[in-house]
Design a protein around this ligand. Structure first.
Ligand code: LLP
Length: 421
């Protein structure tokens, strides 16, 4: 459930008409709903009730500081995958003790910055990283709290570009080597082992792969404890999928996911961490765009909108589906009109949808791409010298621009002409 709905014939985010925002901010823009972010976070809180836990929002899905602060105020921790995200979380007011640091390529510089700034734990993904972290922490007179991210060799049955738990993926330490690497970790002076981490992929639409992975984590917890390690925290990653279409998709509910966690791991007495991104932010956001032209092609009509693949790359990168709805509610029984929905970027890949049944639309009409709150703005680029589009946060009847559209001058003046030119 989300808080984007038609009211008085126009699409609203909570109590605000998206067309009012468009009039003030211009198009295209991203718009997020506080109520939806809050509701989705609460679903996970409810799902894990009774277990000691921390929900660490995967900032990679949406890292605007206003979003971060909204979630942090509800008690969220953050999962970061770069020192940039770490600094953003800190800037938004999240204390280090609530930040977990994931990622396969942390540098020594990243490690030092996070150690000095305060960190809940590093999710370590390789032996070289482990040794470097020990050295950096020791040099600072500290011990780095760590989990090892294990690769359980489980098929997440999702898009190949976002599956991370198979042995051929670059992520984690093979589960077959886990005990040996934990033994090495325990002997390193700058390391304090606190638990185990696993993350098998994103947009999972079934619970079975989670179950398979978490069962392996349970077995490993017992084995590692027998080896003398104090395994007190289990980070179970993110990945729960969301419905991208209104009609036929029904991915598992957070409540069922929570029940699965309790069933597979609840008896171990560990603190549970999860790292959901998409389920919290995905359906809490839309991308609003305006029709520039309707162009008749050979046997098809192109709807050329002012958003493009640089603003929302998921359709061209993953073949992802985003529902597209007009801001003006179509009349009941309005005749469908099929369009290829495309952006202005000079690539055929700049196609949002092919042969999409919409209603009749004309120049100047506004549309919203749904489910765009996760992996939307964060993956945007300035390709074709198109400015990053603004982000807006709605809260009841009010809204605020939480990142403005830069001017062309700001964008262009970042280039430096060397003195030999
Ligand atoms: N934790 C780790 C270690 C991750 O790598 C990810 C996502 C998450 C948590 C959050 O997963 P979520 O709950 O959002 O599924 N750009 C792609 C998705 C990439 C996901 C990367 N890792 C897309 O647009 O579908």
């Amino acid at each position: 459930m989300d808080h984007f709905h038609y009211k008085d014939g126009t699409l609203h985010a909570e109590e605000v008409a998206l067309s009012d925002i468009a009039a003030e901010v211009g198009t295209p823009f991203y718009c997020y709903s506080t109520a939806t972010l809050t509701r989705h976070f609460a679903l996970f809180q409810e799902a894990l009730e009774g277990l000691p836990h921390l929900i660490c929002f995967a900032m990679k899905s949406n890292s605007n500081q206003a979003v971060i602060r909204t979630l942090a105020a509800l008690g969220a921790g953050m999962d970061v995958v770069s020192i940039g995200e770490y600094l953003r979380a800190k800037a938004a007011g999240v204390p280090g003790e609530r930040i977990v640091f994931s990622g396969v390529g942390k540098t020594r510089e990243d490690m030092r910055a996070a150690l000095l700034g305060g960190i809940r734990q590093f999710n370590v993904e390789s032996e070289p990283e482990l040794r470097a972290l020990s050295a950096e922490a020791s040099a600072l007179g500290l011990r780095a709290p760590i989990t090892l991210r294990i690769n359980p060799d489980v098929d997440a049955r999702t898009h190949e570009k976002i599956a991370t738990g198979k042995k051929e993926n670059k992520f984690g330490i093979p589960i077959s080597r886990a005990r040996a690497v934990y033994a090495e970790a325990a002997a390193l002076p700058g390391i304090e082992v606190v638990g185990i981490d696993v993350h098998i992929g994103s947009q999972l639409t079934e619970l079975e792969p989670f179950e398979e992975a978490y069962q392996k984590v349970a077995d490993l917890t017992i084995a590692l404890r027998a080896d003398g390690h104090d395994i007190r925290r289990l980070d179970l990653g993110g990945g729960l999928g969301i419905p991208y279409t209104r009609s036929n998709e029904a991915p598992p509910l957070p409540l069922d996911y929570g029940a699965l966690i309790k069933r597979t791991l609840g008896h171990l007495g560990c603190e549970i961490e999860i790292e959901p991104g998409r389920l919290i932010s995905g359906n809490a956001g839309v991308l609003v765009s305006q029709v520039i032209w309707v162009k008749q092609g050979e046997g098809r009509d192109f709807l050329i909108v002012d958003a493009a693949m640089n603003d929302l790359v998921r359709p061209s990168m993953y073949g992802a589906h985003h529902d597209i709805v007009p801001l003006i509610e179509p009349a009941v029984g309005a005749a469908p009109h099929s369009f290829d929905v495309v952006g202005p970027v000079c690539e055929t890949g700049d196609t949002f949808a092919k042969d999409r049944a919409l209603t009749d639309l004309a120049e100047g009409d506004l549309v919203a791409f749904r489910s765009a709150g996760a992996y939307g703005a964060v993956m945007a680029s300035e390709y074709n010298t198109r400015p990053l589009i603004p982000e807006v946060l709605v809260h009841g009847a009010e809204f605020a621009v939480i990142r403005p559209r830069p001017s062309y001058d700001e964008m262009i003046n970042r280039d430096i002409i060397p003195n030999w030119l």
